[in-house]
Design a protein around this ligand. Structure first.
Ligand code: 3PG
Length: 201
C-alpha cells in the first residue's frame, strides 16, 4: 500500500470510465498532466475490469476506488491492489472491514453526526459530499469549530472556477472532482491540458 499523496496538486480526479473512453489513454493523459493519484468510480459494469487493467499497467499510480457502497466492493478493491477506497457516505460495516484489513479508506460524510461516527473509528480524513449543494465553504467552515482535527476532501460541484477557494481552507487536504476528465470525454489532449492548468495554478 502506498501513502496517499497528492504531490503539489491536491486535486483528485474522479473518473467514471465509460466504454467510449480508453482507460490506458486516459491515465496516460493524466500522468502527462503530472497527476499521480486518481479515483476510479464503481459506476458501470466495466469498472472492476478497468481497475484491474489500470493497476497492472500503471503500478506507480496511486489508485483509489470510489463509490464503494458495500463490503463486497471494498473486498474486491483490496484484492485488486488498489491503494485506497472512498465512499460517498458512511456505512459502519465498510469502515469496520477497512480497519480490520488495515486498508486506507475514506468514508463520506455530510453531517456532524456522521463525522462523530467516523471519529469513533479514528477516521479523521473524510470526503465531504456533496460539498457545494450542502452549503459550500461556509458549511465546511461551520464544521471546523467542533471538529478542528478533521481534514476533508470536499467533492461534488467542485470545478476549475472554485477549487482554489476550497483548497485555501485550513481543513481541506485535497478536493475531488470530475472536471479534469469528465465522463465520456475522450479528448485526451484536453484532459492533459486541464491537468496541467491545475498544476500551474
Ligand atoms: C463524486 O463521485 O464524488 C461526484 O460525483 C463528483 O462530483 P462532480 O462530478 O460534481 O465533480
Amino acid at each position: 500500500m502506498k501513502n496517499l499523496t497528492f504531490g503539489n496538486i491536491n486535486v483528485l480526479p474522479i473518473l467514471d470510465i465509460e466504454k467510449n473512453v480508453d482507460p490506458e489513454k486516459l491515465i496516460n493523459a493524466l500522468i502527462d498532466g503530472k497527476i499521480n493519484t486518481v479515483e476510479i468510480t464503481l459506476r458501470n459494469d466495466e469498472a472492476f475490469n478497468n481497475i484491474n487493467l489500470i493497476r497492472k499497467k500503471f503500478p506507480d499510480l496511486i489508485l483509489g476506488v470510489g463509490t464503494i457502497v458495500n463490503v463486497d466492493q471494498l473486498k474486491r478493491t483490496i484484492d485488486l491492489g488498489a491503494d485506497f477506497g472512498i465512499s460517498p457516505g458512511f456505512e459502519i460495516e465498510i469502515i469496520k472491514y477497512a480497519k480490520e484489513k488495515n486498508f486506507l479508506y475514506i468514508p463520506g460524510v455530510s453531517t456532524a453526526s456522521e463525522i462523530i461516527s467516523c471519529l469513533k473509528f479514528d477516521c479523521k480524513f473524510l470526503k465531504l459530499f456533496p460539498a457545494e449543494p450542502l452549503g459550500g465553504i461556509s458549511y465546511l467552515n461551520s464544521l471546523s469549530g467542533p471538529f478542528p482535527d478533521v481534514l476533508f476532501c470536499p467533492t461534488g460541484g467542485i470545478n476549475s472556477d472554485n477549487y482554489l477557494s476550497w483548497l485555501s481552507q485550513k481543513n481541506v487536504l485535497c478536493v475531488g472532482g470530475s472536471w479534469i476528465a469528465p465522463k465520456n470525454d475522450y479528448n485526451y489532449d484536453k484532459i492533459k491540458k486541464r491537468a496541467l492548468e491545475v498544476l500551474n495554478n
